[in-house]
Design a protein around this ligand. Sequence first.
Ligand code: HEM
Length: 420
Amino acid sequence: MTIEDKLQSVRTDAPAPDHVPRDLVVDLSWTMGFNPNNLVDPYEPCGWLSAPNAPPILYNAVAHGHRHGAGLWVVTHYKDIERVYTDNDYFSNKGTAEFQALIGETFRSIPVAVDPPEHSKYRVFLMPHFGPAAIKKMEDGIRALVIEMIEEFADKGEVDVAWDFGRVFPVRVFMRLMGFPAPMFEQFLDWEWDILHASEPEKRMDALRGVLAFLRSFIAEKEAEPDDALVSKIVHGKIEGGRALTEEEKIGIVWFLWLGGLDTVAATISQMFRRMVLQPEIQAQLRENPTLINSAVEEFLRTQPILGSVRSAKRDFEWHGVQIKAGDSVQCLNCAGNFDPEQFADPRTFDMTRANNRHFTFTAGVHLCLGATLARRELRVLLEEWFKRVPEFRLKPGADATVFPGLLSIRNLPLVWDRE
Ligand code: HEM
């Protein structure tokens, strides 16, 4: 199939604003995790969108989960995505991840929905807790937890690595970092699932009310009784040369950390193990040469871009021959840009020795994921300790490896290995 055939197969009659050329109106609702598949490389169906002769900009008229289904521009090539993430004069992040608006809350999600230059004061405030030095201090604790968890099942010869491990490990690290009470674990995951994935608005709203009431009372508790964990440090912290945070800032920061820190690493872990069972030579290579773990983590991240961020245009302008209007949304399809052949040689090959692996899984520009150092460290420590304790593993016979290539990912992934 040529690119034009592929394009023709996704064109749609769905309505689009008048300033959008009709031949660019497409249905890309199948990208970013809404269509499950069973491919070794589950993001492969998006690949053609970053081919050199694919159109640089399209209009997705069928965008699930975006402003009640309203359409949005989509860019798919590396250079265009990079521009959207870094050109703060033209693109804004206002309104991003503000699910709380659904229940009439008006506080902002901080720092993600704050544009520069204001954004930097929050980043400066939070960075000491997420930079390499802070994460280094957490490493021993992360390692001890990973070892304890792996040793619970290593002798059994099997584990559901998505449900019993991937879902649990990063959330336990995150809850300790924040100082959240361990018994909230299941409730947190239920709330988050409903906010991000429930189709019924009532369910999403109940979850939002539940989590915000909890976070507000937790903030009040830490105000009265400080401890050494992060929520306490945030609520007692000083910003802009010495002032205390406002109530809106406190909830905005704690809320967004809660949202960003819970299931992103979990989805990454389950897809990483899925790839290793479907492509066992990756396991063999890492077992033989653990010094490749660092660069393998980067390649897992590149080949598993679980999110694609949306920005809104700050002004009217022309781009790639189309008229973008102020307020239009522009989505960056990382699942195409991370495989752009102009940027990555042999992009569909999993190459753990790849150099200059500058992918967009954590985006780029000022909003580059604040938790990236923590996430990378968790993944690295996990692989280091896993290969010391678990021999060659495979999918449990009869298990279903169907995956949603995105944040929904895969809920269950039972693995088995021969007991030694
Ligand atoms: C593999 C795991 C992770 C992935 C793939 C991921 C992905 C992302 C992406 C794509 C963004 C940019 C959103 C945008 O620009 O619209 C982002 C921002 C952010 N992430 Fe992560 N994230 C991960 C883990 C974490 C963790 C563990 C935390 C917290 C403990 C975290 C906290 C944040 C925060 C606070 C921001 C906002 C940064 C800013 O606006 O300055 N993330 N993340």
